[in-house]
Design a protein around this ligand. Sequence first.
Ligand SMILES: [Zn+2]
Ligand SMILES: [Zn+2]
Length: 385
Amino acid sequence: MKRDYYEVLGVGKEATLDEIKKAYRRLAMQFHPDQNPGNKEAEEKFKEAAEAYSILSDPAKRQHFDQFGFASQGGQGQNFQFDPNQFAGFEDLLGSFFGGGGGGIFADLFGGGGRRRSGGGERGSDLQYNMRISFKDSIFGVEDKEIEIPRQDACDTCKGSGCAAGTSAQVCPNCRGNGQVAVRQGFLQMAVTCPRCEGRGQIIPSPCPSCRGAGRVNRRTKVRFKIPAGVDQGQRLRLQGEGEAGTGGGGAGDLFILFDIENDPAYERDGFDLHRKQEVSWPLLVLGGNLPAETPYGTETVKIAKGTPADKVIKVPNAGVPRLRSQGRGDLFLHLRVAVPTRLGAQEEALVRQLLEPGVDGQPAEEGFLAKVFGSDKGKKKKKR
Ligand SMILES: [Zn+2]
Ligand SMILES: [Zn+2]
């Protein structure tokens, strides 16, 4: 018959999470397999406490248990399965209690949870490289970029094992591979990191001469990759396995390239759209016609309709930034700006003066004609001509 979880932990039904944690820690200490080698009963008690804790420390599971008891787990509770996600919780709990470096003990108990430290090695660190690139490179991408970064790489001589040729690492005899040893302090037993192997659970009897057993060496390494077309300010590119080498067979970390994009004098980016100012002569706005407009992909001819307002924004479809992870590009928006000539030849000046001469009804021609160009309200209200 299975014991009630509250009974197992020795707490009341109203116990707070903190009380539940404390009760579990006390039991975990007492029945820890490391402190009770070969004691099957202690191991059972330890598992029982761990199971009770896994349920009562989870508010949803606890509520379910309060309501339905063991029926909630199907039958008599014999089929109870540990949620593997609980391992991390256990390790963290014990880590904070035993002063870091748990893992091995639980891996032993529960048949490995992925984070086993003893003998399993550690994954290398992730690295980040800040990369400033030109606006042009952000639009078109770079097919083959090469950078050189300082990082810890696996030692070539020992291929990262840290062992001299023909030898291999051995299970630490001091902690039997657990990475931790029990130390008695008064009447308390504490698990501390094994001083012989420093928690690795392994020792290297004859270290590799190149890396002195570290398995890794510092060096400057060239890394090549592709900058995708359309990358934006602050985006990160992940290069899997290009971070630092792991130890003892643990995989390499990742390298993240963080992009910082130089401003462009002409273009402003907004998502995948681009904006730029476009100078245009007012006669072209008045009469309409073709306007050659610069885009990142070359010059495009943009049609200007007759009587286009001077502050119009013209969309050039598909002339924006390439969309990352999909097809096509954003759009380019041309914000029109009337080009006013500062120097006029005698003939040109005469022509402009003619435009300012009073019209047939005594109103300056400007009211009807130039207003179309410059968008004057006055001109819109008075429809004289
Ligand atoms: Zn080496
Ligand atoms: Zn050891």
